[in-house]
Ligand binder design. Structure first.
Ligand code: TYM
Length: 329
């Protein structure tokens, strides 16, 4: 089976609908055809300030959401990045073959520092994509399912792997990003020209997996649309309606064109209610199961510790090979 690797940051208590559709839902569908590693990237989360006690809780909450969302921890390796020392070690090695200019071209760093300025950002936030490359390359990964915002980082990973192989001899597998067509980018319900994000200014635009169902439904009822009154996909002219169509398509596994036909001539109120119902039907059981799993944190910790050992076996072998290729050890 091909190796698959992906991860998410434990930088908030709950995943949002973009993470769910862009990542978790795809992971669930792909896990049986691949040998999958799913990490909770706490080392990435600390590139911006985190309160230690809160971070620890968020790691458990994210593990519970992975499992509740359908990741089978006995088939796939679900672990915490900082539990495997090789990630930080390989990151250093890779940083020595990454160009400063190359790293400076990462658009996510530019976006994340647009508000506060680059002077105020940590060096870790700047080198973040190199750590992500280390995550992927340690596991001889072939496929990396991510949302469209991570594509540039996977491209960097490919460049680094190819460069390293050329310079030091074949060491790394060159991975490919896998990006879902419809759900690659889910937008904010209140500002549908911006992607749904953990750090949105207005919470009404963000659908949290662990929100109460009534709250989720309300967010959909007040979603921003337009005044045209027709339900059709048009990203430029009708970003709100298009986003709702993408969401409904992901929830029901039906193509957007089919939904356009079904809702032709109907009002936005009816449409929004249908989207709300579909999202609640999908997320409510995931929320319930997450809360149940969190009732037994010791069991989650035990599972994460066991899986970290499995991950470390693979990662340590790759790290050793890499160091030897570079003339270290
Ligand atoms: P993170 O934690 O920001 O996001 C996790 C996943 O959710 C996807 N995503 C979205 N998809 C669709 N619409 C949206 N609005 C949306 N927002 C987020 C992201 O594309 C991602 O797939 N650097 C990564 C984590 C990471 C990683 C890795 C991923 C670290 N190492 C190795 C893959 C492989 C990140 O910060 O994702």
């Amino acid at each position: 089976k091909p190796r698959l690797y992906s991860g998410m940051q434990p930088s908030s208590g709950s995943l949002h609908l973009g993470n769910y559709i862009g990542a978790l839902q795809q992971w669930r569908r792909m896990q049986s055809d691949n040998e999958a590693f799913f990490s909770i990237v706490d080392l990435h989360a600390i590139t911006v300030p985190q309160a230690p006690g809160v971070l620890r809780e968020q790691v458990r909450t994210l593990a519970a959401q992975y499992i509740a969302g359908g990741i089978d921890p006995s088939a796939s390796c679900l672990y915490v990045q900082s539990h495997v020392a090789a990630h930080a070690q390989l990151q250093w090695l890779l940083s020595t073959i990454t160009g400063f200019g190359e790293a400076s071209r990462m658009t996510q760093f530019k976006d994340k520092t647009a508000k506060g300025g680059q002077e105020a950002a940590s060096v870790g936030l700047f080198t973040y994509p190199i750590l992500m490359a280390a995550d992927i390359l340690l596991y001889d990964t072939e496929v990396v399912p991510v949302g469209d915002d991570q594509k540039q980082h996977v491209e960097l990973t490919r460049d680094l792997a190819e460069r390293f192989n050329k310079r030091f001899g074949k060491t790394f597998v060159v991975p490919k990003p896998v990006i879902l067509a419809g759900g690659a980018r889910i937008y904010d319900l209140q500002s549908p020209e911006a992607k749904m994000s953990k750090s949105a200014d207005n919470d009404k635009g963000v659908v949290w997996l662990l929100d109460e169902p009534a709250r989720t439904a309300k967010k959909f009822r007040s979603a921003v649309t337009d005044t045209e009154g027709s339900i059709r996909a048009d990203r430029a002219e009708k970003p709100g309606v298009t986003n709702l169509l993408d969401i409904l398509s992901a929830m029901t596994d039906r193509p957007v064109a089919e939904l356009e036909t079904e809702f032709a001539g109907q009002g936005y109120g009816v449409f929004k209610t249908a989207v709300a119902d579909a999202v609640v039907a999908e997320l409510a059981p995931v929320r319930e199961r997450t809360l149940e799993l969190l009732d037994d944190p010791a069991e989650l910790d035990r599972l994460l510790a066991a899986n970290a050992e499995r991950a470390a076996e693979v990662a340590d072998a790759t790290l050793r090979r890499t160091m030897e290729a570079m003339g270290l050890r």
